[in-house]
Ligand binder design. Sequence first.
Ligand SMILES: NC(=O)c1ccc[n+]([C@@H]2O[C@H](COP(=O)([O-])OP(=O)(O)OC[C@H]3O[C@@H](n4cnc5c(N)ncnc54)[C@H](O)[C@@H]3O)[C@@H](O)[C@H]2O)c1
Length: 310
Amino acid sequence: MSIAIVTGGASGIGRAIATSLVARGDTVVVTDIDEAGARKVADRLNTLGRGKASAAALDVTDPGAVTGVYQGVRAEHGRLDLVFNNAGIAIGGLAEELTLDHWDRAIDINLKGVVHGVHAAYPIMLEQGAGHIVNTASLAGLVPMPVGIPYTATKHAVVGLSLGLRAEAAGRGVKVSVVCPSFVDTPLLANVNPGLPETPMSGDAKDDIAKASPPPLHRREAGPRRHARRAPQPGAHRRPHTRPRGLARRPPQPRPGGTGRPVRRRTHPRRQELSPASAGSAAPRVRSPRSRPGCSRASPAGTPWSWARP
Ligand SMILES: NC(=O)c1ccc[n+]([C@@H]2O[C@H](COP(=O)([O-])OP(=O)(O)OC[C@H]3O[C@@H](n4cnc5c(N)ncnc54)[C@H](O)[C@@H]3O)[C@@H](O)[C@H]2O)c1
């Protein structure tokens, strides 16, 4: 059973991660800037009867506090197996609507919050020779999402940080992963630009996101199916007629020099003309050069099998 820390664990994706870990029997420290929320989650998880949860107040923008919590967990449990650097906020607005405060908050929480978590956890895990750091980025860390470029920029940075560290940590016993979700229906989407100057995107952006997004898969599936499968019809086992127009089926040909039993001609007509077999019953049967012992491809021109060459 693993010892894990989740940041931003009081809500949304962090709470779901903590729940999954406790459900499989892990011991989880649920941390969040919202201490009451973290405690509520931990209390509920302790009723599941599997793993264990505890809560800790943690602002990921404070490097000393992050190191303190991570070292404290290691000291208490003797190890630190899993770290989820997940806390984050949403920033929305056109570039000209955003202030430097938007940029600073995005960088401080979404990027430096992850930096602080990595900086605190990685040395512990290197010393253990084991551990797994999982950073939450976003689909906006993979594709250039407009109308919130501080968010996009920080999530791209988290992807870069994670992939670079992953390469560095490979072979040293420490795993590094980065999670890039698309839109997930959590309180984050209803709390854009928290505590920051307002833009038209501030507050609840769910409607804007819904308008700009394709319908979710389950809704599309619930609608009429364009390629619905029809009920089997009598005779439906037969293959449909797919021959292109103008290409009539060739009638069965009599076997050359044979019994007169019709056979379907498979050889290209030109090849058949050239084939020694088509020269009549007197022509010798020709085996392919590779099937004749001692024969190579480089047969002298004019030998019976040279017909196949251009
Ligand atoms: N919801 C989405 O659509 C979505 C999509 C892609 C990525 N993400 C990312 O997933 C992560 C979790 O988001 P969520 O959707 O669960 O949001 P959420 O708002 O439900 O949860 C985020 C949590 O982070 C906490 N937090 C905020 N600032 C903090 C700080 N300074 N220190 C510590 N905790 C802090 C909040 O209190 C909150 O509990 C974020 O990094 C977010 O960018 C979310």
